[in-house]
Design a protein around this ligand. Structure first.
Ligand SMILES: Cc1cc2nc3c(=O)[nH]c(=O)nc-3n(C[C@H](O)[C@H](O)[C@H](O)COP(=O)(O)O)c2cc1C
Length: 357
């Protein structure tokens, strides 16, 4: 394929640093997004219209097919129209925090090409909720659901986490069709402690209450959905706790999974210094672990909490396995980097029922 043979090697050589290549590509997509004509041309080139079916309605939103873009690719919501033109059925912007923050020192993103994987320790670098909200308010409607991933500002201690998430939600409320509460990134100190029962209970209760209050004030029939994104490294009792909180407090669904701190899925050929880089591992080596978590959550929650399956999806077989494990929708990030801009259309087409002959 052209992307794998020519474009990807050129991109991977750009600037040497994987993050520089990411910024370059995102800059192109942002520029395209600002022009209606270029966005339409991109949609034509990548067959946006072809990226149809199997259409579904989940937590009150309509999705043209199951393949969405996961959080972290467009943290500041600069390229939503172009990403929609590439055929994703929904886009999760963020993670956005209340505070603008620079994230961890660079380098903080590493490629493991033989493994189809990445390690990152970005640390929620983003422009902050107010700037992202203003940008999204100016943006043309794209006709697909836009999720917004909310995270805790690094400066906020755990005791102030609820107020910090609420402040970000308040600023971003109008811009999002659903909200994901990110308590599972390994790159913000103590963040994953928010997955423990009591802390998660307080956080989800407060966010759902705010969404219900906003819905009542606006006369909306139903509040905007809140999803909880979990780490792949949770044990069974921790998964029990997440499901119990979500059901008790009225969360609408789950996103499984974020990146893993484990290196167990890596092949023996990976240089030990690379494998030892701090951060979260994503891509192919995460896939089996992600399937296990989706199965475990789906066993517990059944149809009461729809699951967005995420982790190492790059091929139609990966996508089918994730749906068979119990996911209703799918998201990917690392597969987009390795497989290129046609991945959403390719997977959506492979999943769509064959037309009648
Ligand atoms: C560079 C990078 C940055 C990410 N940033 C975020 C983030 O800000 N918020 C979040 O919820 N997940 C973030 N993720 C995790 C992805 O959304 C996804 O859960 C994970 O990578 C597994 O999916 P994948 O194997 O398809 O990449 C990030 C992943 C990568 C590779």
């Amino acid at each position: 394929m052209l992307y794998q043979r020519a474009i990807r090697p050129a991109l991977f050589r750009l600037g040497g640093d994987p993050e520089a290549a990411h910024e370059r590509v995102l800059g192109w997509l942002a520029r395209i997004s600002r022009s209606e004509g270029l966005t339409r041309a991109l949609a034509l080139a990548f067959g946006h219209a072809a990226a149809r079916g199997p259409e579904r309605e989940v937590f009150g939103l309509r999705f043209p097919h199951p393949i969405g873009l996961a959080a972290g690719f467009d943290k500041n919501g600069v390229a939503v129209p172009a990403l929609a033109a590439l055929g994703f059925s929904f886009i999760e912007v963020g993670t956005v925090t209340r505070d603008p923050q620079p994230g961890n020192p660079r380098p903080r993103l590493f490629r493991l090409p033989e493994e189809g994987a990445l390690i990152n320790r970005m640390g929620f670098n983003n422009q902050g909720a107010a700037v992202v909200a203003a940008r999204l308010a100016r943006q043309r409607p794209v006709g697909i659901p836009i999720g917004i991933s909310l995270g805790k500002s690094k400066r906020a201690p755990l005791e102030e986490a609820v107020a910090d998430y609420l402040a970000a939600l308040e600023l971003l409320y109008t811009a999002g069709d659903y909200f994901a509460v990110n308590v599972s990134s390994p790159n913000t100190p103590d963040l994953r402690a928010l997955q423990a029962h009591d802390r998660l209970d307080a956080l989800v209760a407060a966010l759902v209450a705010r969404l219900r209050a906003r819905a009542a004030a606006e006369g909306r029939a139903a509040p905007k959905p809140l999803l909880v994104k979990v780490a792949p490294d949770l044990d069974e009792p921790a998964l029990d706790a997440v499901v119990a909180v979500c059901l008790a407090r009225g969360a609408s669904g789950l996103i499984a999974v974020n990146t893993t701190v484990s290196r167990a899925g890596l092949g023996a050929g990976v240089p030990p210094t690379l494998a030892a880089e701090a951060g979260g591992l994503s891509g192919r080596p995460l896939h089996a672990q992600a399937l296990g978590v989706v199965r475990a959550l789906s066993r517990r929650a059944g149809t009461r909490l729809p699951i967005i399956g995420c982790g190492g999806i790059a091929t139609p077989d990966d996508a089918r396995r994730m749906l068979d494990a119990g996911a209703t929708l799918l998201q990917l990030y690392t597969g987009f980097i390795y497989e290129g801009p046609g991945i959403a259309r390719r997977l959506a087409t492979a999943l769509s029922p064959a037309p009648p002959t």
